[in-house]
Ligand binder design. Structure first.
Ligand code: HEM
Length: 376
């Protein structure tokens, strides 16, 4: 069966914004989503593992988990931005793919709520000084649910471009032609390295966050703690970057068809591919330069370099996504019918939202510099 028969129909309304606008905000939104998402993907698991590993490791774990509820709230909101634009421009492939896996896709919400509450409950437990077994169980449930959710996201977005697999999945999981929505993209060889690659990136982002936290927010912690973070972040980043390199090699050379590899390694895209692959080297060097002591200007530079790593990753993914879909949909041929009022409202709220987040960060840094409140 021709998979294009399962594509969504053309929208009679046309695209509400020019393609460049849609793709710019899709990539920007995904970059903003990945930074906090990486922190709960790898960070919650890491915090749970660090608990019993000595004084500084426990402090690090407590700091991460105390901040996690806010990080999760920010990351989920940022996730809405690329989701919006995917639905606008890629609706013909996004909706069929997520209908084929409707129940696992829907279960993300059912898992996200207990994961979020689990982390909150653990953070509340920390305020009492010692966490009870019930708090620790909630923390572990949160960590595992976030990993399960990440697997479903990787499934959804890899299935979206794996049209060749749709007919067989549909036939296998439908009753009288109606899909039951229980498919997963697990037979796709790109799924596993793609998912694991994001975990490697998540380890690196968590390492950078620990450096930034030690430099700007952990003012009330001891110098010994900050020194511990310097060494630990370097080891964590090294593991994450090696993981990213291994799974990235598997993804690129083990699962891409030859023509895709030729495209990504040829012409002007070669530079993008090389920068995406080698990007983690710069934050690693900057963390290495702080391996004895975190320094604020260098910590800031490390954070900016890591944002660059995430942005390069998002741009490369976009180029790849378009190349994978080129045979099936032609975005350039879609009629554009600009909807000014929602577009302007989006821009105003987006900029205002970023402004509020900036203001919150400034306040958090200022609050961290205040002397600790007297006990009793
Ligand atoms: C309900 C809140 C969330 C929304 C709206 C959201 C949205 C998105 C979107 C739209 C993308 C794809 C962006 C693109 O390809 O341009 C994405 C990717 C991803 N998200 Fe989220 N996300 C949410 C929560 C989460 C959670 C809780 C996790 C768990 C760790 C997660 C993990 C991931 C991963 C691993 C990817 C990359 C998947 C891949 O393409 O391989 N997200 N998210």
């Amino acid at each position: 069966m021709d998979p294009t028969r399962l594509l969504g129909p053309d929208s009679p309304l046309g695209l509400p914004s020019p393609y460049w606008f849609t793709v710019f905000f899709k990539v920007l939104g995904f970059t903003l989503h990945t930074i906090p998402m990486n922190l709960w993907f790898a960070g919650v698991l890491l915090a749970m593992l660090l608990r019993g590993r000595g004084e500084h490791a426990r402090t690090c774990s407590n700091r991460l988990m105390n901040q996690m509820p806010i990080i999760i709230a920010l990351g989920i909101n940022f996730g809405i931005v690329p989701l919006l634009f995917i639905q606008v421009a890629y609706y013909k492939v996004f909706f069929p793919a997520t209908i084929l896996m409707a129940w696992p896709w829907f279960s993300i919400i059912l898992m996200l709520i207990p994961a979020y509450y689990g982390v909150y409950f653990y953070a509340i437990g920390l305020r009492g000084g010692r966490t009870a077994p019930i708090h620790r169980t909630a923390g572990w449930i949160g960590a595992l649910l976030f990993i399960a959710i990440s697997f479903l996201f990787a499934n959804g977005f890899s299935l979206m471009t794996n049209l060749a697999a749709w007919p067989a999945l549909w036939q296998k999981t439908s009753v009288a032609g109606a899909p039951m929505g229980i498919a997963l993209n697990v037979a796709d060889p790109t799924l596993w390295p793609r998912w694991l690659m994001m975990f490697g990136l998540a380890l690196t982002t968590t390492a950078v966050y620990l450096v930034v936290d030690a430099a700007f927010f952990a003012v009330r912690e001891s110098d010994a703690y900050r020194r511990w973070v310097s060494g630990f972040a370097l080891r964590l980043y090294t593991v994450g970057a090696a993981w990213f390199a291994l799974t990235g090699t598997w993804y690129t050379f083990g699962t891409w068809p030859a023509e895709l590899r030729q495209m990504m390694f040829g012409g002007s895209l070669a530079a993008l591919t090389a920068l995406t692959a080698l990007g983690p080297g710069l934050p690693w060097l900057l963390i290495l330069a702080q391996s004895r002591k975190v320094k604020r200007p260098l910590a800031l530079a490390t954070a900016l370099a890591q944002v660059g790593v995430m942005a390069l990753n998002a741009i490369s993914r976009q180029v790849l996504q378009n190349a994978e879909l080129r045979r099936y949909i032609n975005l350039a041929a879609e009629q554009v019918n600009v909807q000014w009022s929602p577009l302007v409202v989006f821009l105003i709220t987006f900029v205002a939202g970023l402004g509020v987040i900036g203001w919150m960060i400034v306040k958090a840094v200022a609050a961290a510099r205040q002397p600790a409140p007297a006990k009793g």
